[in-house]
Design a protein around this ligand. Structure first.
Ligand code: NAD
Ligand code: TYD
Length: 330
């Protein structure tokens, strides 16, 4: 297939681009290169003749429509993706995650693209005290980020319903691994620990997330892309539930640091307490996550330990201003 991926210079996108090429596909990567988009994430494939990069905003129809020529499938992964940034400065979120998704759908429809896969998140369901969300559960998002992602999902389903487009949605759980921008919990705490900086735990740290390694998330997207039924939603969860404090203790142990680095700071406004996904439906397509949490987290910590040249420049740039605003008075 010739796959148009958006957000391929980000964390999950760059893994997906690499995996798609390994699976024998051609890839067109459309990325705006926001603060989270890093060409270094795909530097190893940049010279592959089957790979094309298009520097564009997904909300710009004139820029994305020509990139759709000859494309068999769109995998729309570009997003403003961070809850804390959506609380500090929400404006970009509906622009990319809702309007951008609608523009991509319109361009794919004009170009006659056979399948449109939307990469979404478990956060559209909101928080669940016990049990696990099924694809049929209502959307009750709580943050400007998750509300924008839910708006994107509704656009996708509406285009399927109204225009008969072949659309599929995946909803992934909290993802970790190499090349994740160090504003999310795991890369932030690993890199802070490596620099002997504080690990700022929000509130009591007993919030629960359902963790999945990035390669398992990507194989779930491929399962839905290749074998998913049209108009359907598929949860992609690792099933590795852990409190934030437990993850923090594991990171301290893996980096050889002690718990004096841990500092409890003011909780996130509207903080979702727990996420969990029922993945029966995607498993019905033959998919299962392969990585165990302990081994994948150790592997991830080793990657950040060995690749300081990837994250040190990030942490000294624009990031500093963000960090001071987010954590300065917390
Ligand atoms: P990321 O922030 O690392 O990367 C986002 C990429 O999108 C960047 O390369 C950025 O430059 C690009 N981008 C942003 N706005 C754009 C625009 N308007 N036009 C073109 N490109 C734009 O994000 P990620 O963590 O890799 O997440 C990828 C997708 O997976 C997102 O849709 C996110 O909602 C979803 N998701 C992420 C997680 C997670 O834990 N990281 C979990 C579930 C779902
Ligand atoms: P995050 O990685 O931002 O993902 P999400 O909010 O999409 O789940 O956060 C994961 C969890 O870690 C969440 O409960 C918030 C918490 N957290 C902290 O306690 N401290 C931090 O500095 C960050 C970034 C997150």
């Amino acid at each position: 297939m010739r796959i148009l991926v958006t957000g391929g210079c980000g964390f999950i996108g760059s893994q997906f681009v690499r995996d798609a090429l390994e699976r024998g596909h051609e890839v067109v990567n459309v990325d705006k290169l926001t603060y989270a988009g890093n060409p270094a994430n795909v530097a190893d494939v940049a010279d592959d003749p089957r790979y094309t990069f298009v520097h564009a905003d997904i909300a710009d129809h004139g820029a994305v429509r020509p990139a759709m020529e000859g494309v068999d499938a769109v995998v729309n992964m570009a997003a403003e993706s961070h809850v804390d940034r959506s609380i500090l400065d929400p404006a970009a979120f509906p622009m990319t995650d809702v309007v951008g998704t609608a523009v991509m759908l319109g361009a794919a429809r004009d170009a006659g693209v056979a399948r449109f896969l939307q990469v979404s998140t478990d956060e559209v369901y909101g928080s669940i005290p016990r049990g696990a969300f099924k694809e049929t559960d209502p959307l009750t998002p709580s943050s400007p980020y998750s509300a924008s992602k839910a708006g994107g999902d509704l656009q996708v389903l509406a285009y399927g319903h109204t225009y008969g487009m072949d659309v599929v949605i995946t909803r992934g759980s909290n993802t970790f691994g190499p090349r994740q921008y160090p504003e999310k919990l795991i890369p932030l705490f690993v890199t802070n620990a490596l620099e002997d900086q504080k690990l700022p735990v929000y509130g009591d740290g007993m919030q629960i997330r359902d963790w999945i390694h990035v390669t398992d998330h990507c194989s779930g997207i491929f399962a839905a892309l290749e074998n998913g039924e049209t108009g359907e939603v598929y949860n992609v969860g690792g099933g590795h539930e852990a409190t934030n404090l437990h993850i923090t203790e594991q990171i301290l142990a893996l980096t050889g640091k002690d718990d004096r680095l841990v500092t409890h700071v003011a909780d996130r406004p509207g903080h979702d307490r727990r996420y969990a996904l029922d993945t029966t439906k995607l498993r019905g397509l033959g998919w299962a996550p392969k990585r165990t949490m302990d081994e994948a987290l150790a592997d991830t910590v080793a990657w950040y330990t060995d690749n300081r040249e990837w994250w040190e420049p990030i942490k000294s740039g624009e990031y500093r201003a963000y960090y001071d605003t987010q954590y300065g008075n917390r």
